[in-house]
Design a protein around this ligand. Structure first.
Ligand code: AMP
Length: 394
C-alpha cells in the first residue's frame, strides 16, 4: 500500500501543497503539487502531477476566505484523488522558530503557544503558517504534524554573526539576526556530498536567488552566516524588497516624509527592490528582456549587490571553495549567473560559458580555483524528509 506525507506552505492568500508518496519504506517521491490561491478574493484550486500534467483546476466558491476553508478544498480533492490512501503525517513550512529551535519540531499545544509568541517577529507570515496548523488540527485531529522552520538551519552560527549591535534590553526582546531560506540551504547542504563531493566539506556560498534572495555561507555543510538578518528584508536586492539599506532612510521616511508604519511596511516589502528601481516589474525575466534604462539599472544593481555580499561572506569564511546558484533566478538564468560569476572572477571563478548555458550542475572550467554550480533547491522534499524522520516513519 502506498503511504503519504503532505507538505503545506500557507501564505496570506495561498495554500501551497505537495503530496509525497512511497511504497513501504522506499524513498519519498513527489506525486502531486499545487495550491489554493486567491484566498479571500478569487479562490482557485490547481493540482499537477510530478510530470507537470494538470490533475485538477477549478474556481472555488467565494466563501474560501481563510486557511480552514482552503484546507477543506484541498481535503475534498485528496479524498477523491487519493481514495483509501493513508496520510501518515503533515509537514508545515513555518517561517520563524525563534532562537531556540535548531531543527524541526513535532506540533504540540505547547509548541503552538510558543510559535504564536513569535508572531511579532514575522507578522506577515507566521499567523498564516499557524492558521494552517490550527485548521489541520481541527479537521484531521489524528494526523501528526511537524513544523519545519526557515530559521533553524542558521542556529549555531557564531555569536558575532547573530548579533544586532543594539543595547541589551532591545536584544533581549528578540532582536538578533535569525536568517531565513534555511530549508533551501539545508537541502543544498544535504545533496552536496552526492552532487559535488569535492566541495561538500569546504567553504561554500549558496546563492538562493528567487523572488526572495539571500546568500548563505557554509563551512562543511553548516551555516556560519547569511545575508538575511532580523527579517527577510536584509541583504540582497529582491523582487519587491530592497535588501540592506541604511536604517537612517527609514527614520527619514517617518520623520521627514511623514509616512505611516503601514506605508513604510508596504514600501519595504512590496514596492522596492527590482520593482522599485525599474518601475516596471519584479520579475527578472521581464527586466532581462526590456531595453528600458531603469530595467537595466535594476539588473545591474541586483548583480552588484550579489557580488558585493559574496565578497563579504568570503571574508567570513576566510576564502572560498565554491559558489552554488539555486532558486528561480539562480536555476534558470544563465545571464545573471554569468554576470555574478564575472563580477566575482577576482575570487578565482573561471566560468565555463557552455556549461553555464546548459545549466550545470558544474558551470566552472576544470582547474577553476573556485568552482561554480547550479543545484536546484527542493524545500518541500526537505520538509517531507524532516516529517518522516521526526514521526519515526523512516
Ligand atoms: P522563486 O521565488 O524561487 O520561485 O523564483 C521566482 C523568480 O525567478 C521569478 O520572479 C523570476 O524573476 C525568476 N525566474 C524564473 N525563471 C527565470 C528565467 N528563465 N530567467 C530569469 N529569471 C527567472
Amino acid at each position: 500500500m502506498t503511504e503519504h506525507v503532505l507538505v503545506l506552505n500557507a501564505g496570506s492568500s495561498s495554500l501551497k501543497f505537495c503530496v509525497y508518496g512511497r511504497l513501504r519504506h522506499g524513498p519519498w517521491r513527489a506525486e502531486a503539487r499545487g495550491q489554493v490561491e486567491g484566498i479571500g478574493t478569487a479562490p482557485r484550486f490547481k493540482a499537477r502531477a510530478a510530470d507537470g500534467k494538470v490533475l485538477a483546476e477549478q474556481t472555488l466558491d467565494a466563501s474560501v476566505r481563510d486557511a480552514r476553508a482552503a484546507l477543506d478544498a484541498l481535503a475534498a480533492w485528496l479524498r477523491t484523488a487519493y481514495a483509501g490512501a493513508r496520510v501518515l503525517g503533515v509537514g508545515h513550512r513555518v517561517v520563524h522558530g525563534g532562537s531556540r529551535h535548531a531543527g524541526p519540531a513535532v506540533v504540540t499545544p505547547a509548541l503552538l503557544e510558543e510559535l504564536r509568541g513569535l508572531t511579532p517577529l514575522a507578522p506577515l507570515h507566521q499567523p498564516h503558517n499557524l492558521a494552517a496548523i490550527d485548521a489541520l488540527t481541527e479537521r484531521m485531529p489524528g494526523v501528526p504534524q511537524v513544523a519545519c522552520f526557515d530559521t533553524s538551519f542558521h542556529r549555531g552560527q557564531p555569536v558575532v554573526a547573530e548579533l544586532v549591535p543594539l543595547p541589551r534590553e532591545i536584544r533581549s526582546a528578540g532582536v538578533q539576526r535569525y536568517g531565513f531560506h534555511g530549508l533551501s540551504y539545508e537541502y543544498i547542504a544535504s545533496v552536496l556530498p552526492q552532487v559535488a563531493p569535492e566541495i561538500a566539506g569546504g567553504r561554500v556560498i549558496v546563492a538562493h536567488l528567487g523572488s526572495g534572495a539571500s546568500l548563505c555561507a557554509l563551512r562543511a555543510g553548516r551555516s556560519v552566516d547569511s545575508s538575511f538578518g532580523f527579517t527577510a528584508l536584509d541583504g540582497l536586492c529582491m523582487g519587491t524588497r530592497p535588501g540592506a539599506i541604511d536604517p537612517g532612510v527609514v527614520l527619514y521616511l517617518f520623520q521627514t516624509l511623514g509616512m505611516t508604519a503601514g506605508q513604510v511596511e508596504a514600501l519595504l516589502y512590496k514596492k522596492s527592490g527590482l520593482l522599485g528601481i525599474s518601475g516596471l516589474s519584479n520579475d527578472m525575466r521581464d527586466l532581462l528582456k526590456s531595453t528600458d534604462a531603469a530595467a537595466k539599472l535594476a539588473v545591474d544593481f541586483f548583480v552588484y549587490r550579489a557580488a558585493k555580499e559574496i565578497g563579504a561572506l568570503t571574508a567570513v569564511l576566510g576564502g572560498l571553495d565554491a559558489l552554488v546558484f539555486t532558486a528561480g533566478i539562480g536555476e534558470n538564468s544563465p545571464e545573471v549567473r554569468a554576470r555574478i560569476s564575472t563580477a566575482s572572477a577576482w575570487l578565482g571563478i573561471d566560468l565555463d560559458t557552455g556549461a553555464n548555458r546548459a545549466g550545470g550542475p558544474c558551470i566552472s572550467r576544470p582547474g577553476s580555483k573556485v568552482s561554480a554550480w547550479v543545484i536546484p533547491t527542493n524545500e518541500e522534499l526537505m520538509i517531507a524528509r524532516h516529517t518522516s524522520s521526526l514521526l519515526g516513519l523512516d
